[in-house]
Ligand binder design. Sequence first.
Ligand SMILES: Nc1nc2c(ncn2[C@@H]2O[C@H](COP(=O)(O)OP(=O)(O)OP(=O)(O)O)[C@@H](O)[C@H]2O)c(=O)[nH]1
Ligand SMILES: [Mg+2]
Length: 300
Amino acid sequence: MGLFSKIKEGLKKTKDSMMKKVESVINSFVKIDENLFEELEETLIMSDIGYKTSVFICSELRKKVKETGTKDANNVKKLLKDIISNILNSYNEEIIDEKKIIVLIGVNGVGKTTTIGKLSNIYKTDGKKVLIAAADTFRAAAIEQLDVWAKRSDVDIIKNKNGSDPASVIYDSIISGRSKNYDIILCDTAGRLHNKNNLMKELEKINRIIEREKGEYKKEILLVLDATTGQNAINQAIEFKEVADITGIVLTKLDGTSKGGIVIPIRYDIGIPIKYVGVGEQLDDLQIFDPDEFTDGLFD
Ligand SMILES: Nc1nc2c(ncn2[C@@H]2O[C@H](COP(=O)(O)OP(=O)(O)OP(=O)(O)O)[C@@H](O)[C@H]2O)c(=O)[nH]1
Ligand SMILES: [Mg+2]
């Protein structure tokens, strides 16, 4: 299956629910009037887009309708696509070929460990020398789970005993990474409850170690969110943003949900770029997020 069809496939449920509702509102009008804007706004709010983003989308739509002078409701879908595309394209992802320490954070079960496995495969396939740091020392099976992924993508892993200090695993990995010239160091972390004080402390400690030891590496903090949790994922993003300098979001499980629309409020409301999307449980089921592919998948 090609890359494009995987995103399309992944968005199928979202398209069948959210876009069907949007289309049925648009199709119930012949001429554009204020009722159309209001019904559309309500439909978007009910479809995981959230209040703030839905209001913004409809105010843009009013503007565009005025600008273009169109009265035909048939044109609304195209205008809507342009607006959503603009929201998602409002940043430019730099493709930088530099050494990186990438830390994955997020609550229990969102897909951090799986995403590390998939990312290690992406970088390895790209010819990079990859090291995984098993810094979820909290959960017994976490290290073995990560070990399986490291074997699958044939990359190295650093692990300490269960219950050891996560920051010390990351420290050991950076020291090893620097001396053995690794390009990418991927750090798994424990998915403890995000509102717990100890998570904040742990993230602070990890952050301190990385800042002190990183040398020529660039630090990247990826927040992993589970798309199936909808509005909850948005709340997690808001809370994690307060305790960590998140540089990007990985949105997992897009394949199993009709709530893929949350990509839009994550970008508009939270303001953090989505860098990757998970579209399945296999090694190659992670894709670089492409805003145009996403809007095409949703609208076409
Ligand atoms: N369908 C689907 N399942 C996924 C995806 N990403 C992860 N999963 C599944 O989600 C479950 C949890 O994934 P993990 O990687 O263990 O999640 P985690 O965040 O490391 O969990 P903790 O370590 O317990 O905090 C597993 O069953 C994965 O196979 C995805 O993109 N699509
Ligand atoms: Mg894990």
